[in-house]
Design a protein around this ligand. Structure first.
Ligand code: INI
Length: 157
């Protein structure tokens, strides 16, 4: 057996990332951003290699990600925000639009773009995912971004 296996490591040193953050529900998205920055630096990344862009809401994250991807200067992008279900289907529309568009930005620009938007049924669920009982989705999104950025470098197969 002589199988070639490729995977990305979790070393952030030398990587450049862009983080797009939704200002809507910012008491939550600020916690996600804090987890995201902490993850990058703890994995050896430099704060000089992080660019944070704020947008009004989760709906706007894909377009800002697209603009950042076009610069060709980033190894990976992460979008973060918190969408909480209300009385109308608005949140569902935002969530499906964001996940489809984030995937499209990644495919169109050939760059890892990680969806770190919390999709919660209620405020308690959202709080749990923004640095309390269920961890910090911003932290996990950056961890995935580091792995994918390094995988991409390895995949010159
Ligand atoms: N944006 C969010 O990031 N989270 C939400 O929970 C949210 N809700 O529920 O309305 C939200 N709406 C704003 C939306 O993302 C856009 O900014 C707005 O529709 C303008 O395009």
């Amino acid at each position: 057996m002589n199988i070639k296996e490729v995977s990305g490591n979790l070393v952030a040193k030398g990587l450049k990332i862009g983080i797009i953050v939704s200002r809507f529900n910012d008491f939550l998205s600020k916690q996600l951003l804090s987890g995201a920055l902490d993850c990058f630096v703890r994995h050896g990344g430099s704060d000089k290699d992080i660019t944070v862009v704020w947008v009004p809401g989760a709906n706007e994250t894909p377009l800002a990600a697209h603009k950042m991807a076009k610069t060709g200067k980033m190894d990976a992008l992460v979008v973060i925000g918190a969408v909480i279900q209300g009385a109308t289907p608005h949140a569902d529309l935002i969530n499906s639009q964001v996940s489809r568009s984030v995937a499209k930005v990644a495919m169109d620009n050939n760059i890892p773009v990680i969806n770190g938007v919390v999709c919660a049924s209620n405020l308690e669920q959202a709080i749990e995912r923004c640095g309390t009982k269920a961890g910090n989705k911003g932290w996990h999104a950056v961890e995935a971004a580091i792995e994918m950025a390094n995988l991409y470098k390895e995949m010159a197969i």
